[in-house]
Design a binder for this molecule. Sequence first.
Ligand code: GLY
Length: 355
Amino acid sequence: MPIVPVCAPEQESRYDIHIGHGLLHRAAPLFSAYEGRRAAVVADSHTAPLYAQALLGQLAQAGIDATLVTLPAGETTKCPEQLSVLYDAFLDARLTRVDLVIALGGGVIGDITGYAACTYLRGVHFIQVPTTLLAQVDSSVGGKVAVNHPRGKNLLGAFYQPELVLIDCDTLRTLDARQFGAGLGEVIKYGCIADGALFDQLESLGSREALLPRLDGVIARCCEIKARYVKEDPHDHGVRMQLNFGHTLAHALENAMGYGTLLHGEAVCIGMVAAARWGEALGTTPVGTVGRIRRLLEAYGLPAERPAGLSSEALAATMALDKKAEGAVIRTVQLTKIGACTGVPLTSAQLRDLL
Ligand code: GLY
């Protein structure tokens, strides 16, 4: 069973990511440090019926008195109102500062539960049990927690590292194909920005079916890469921004098309092809890179081009409002080859011309 250590030195935080099959049914020993405590397991209406019973059983075996809190499934749950629902549930369960909050679900549940764990009583113990591929390779690792504000995504947030991440690869069996594909977009991103060998491996496997038997190793590799970024730049002031490859256009597309029309990982796929194209046009990225990324995305059944009818002016204007914009300059990430990248600042006018 792969174990990936994560260290966020500025936050004095170290924890392990455990990756394996059937972990939800044999996790009790991993909870032994919390024996005698109370816990709230936060799931959504999709993950609670599938996995809560197994997790609650393991917590009981570890001597932890756990309560289940179930929120509605979907992005709209990541809001201040549902945060209040969590605080009420934690108070009803009489959680104190020695107690534990566990997120059981995808990115939405991980983000809102982490934010609640960070702010309730100024911070209680927090564990992530991610059940989507995207959450397993990205959002459950590295401590970014948040809820949305009516004026924008993730505007209320914090850095709050979990103390343990449990990835049971069997949960991916119940994930629908589109959500799985969205996670694959982020996997391909790691290959593009940091690991040419991972990109080569995905190319030679060439399909979702061929990837499945190798998935736990691939998830572990993605977690190792993410852990390296978190160690170097836990607060996202520098090199961690490379994880945003493809995200400049992705965020603008999600915003322009209405959140939920394109899944985040799908928008990232389209954004990666666009960013590679900008890099080729500017001479940062070797010619031919766009073609390789496009072919890989197509092999895995993922989108590569933005839907017709979205104006370049409107997209460039939205990109200028991105959280990562600095004054008139938008920090894009461009590939110097498959497996390495660099930050390239561009103005909104440059981006409009490149789109
Ligand atoms: N999802 C990007 C990051 O954690 O920095």
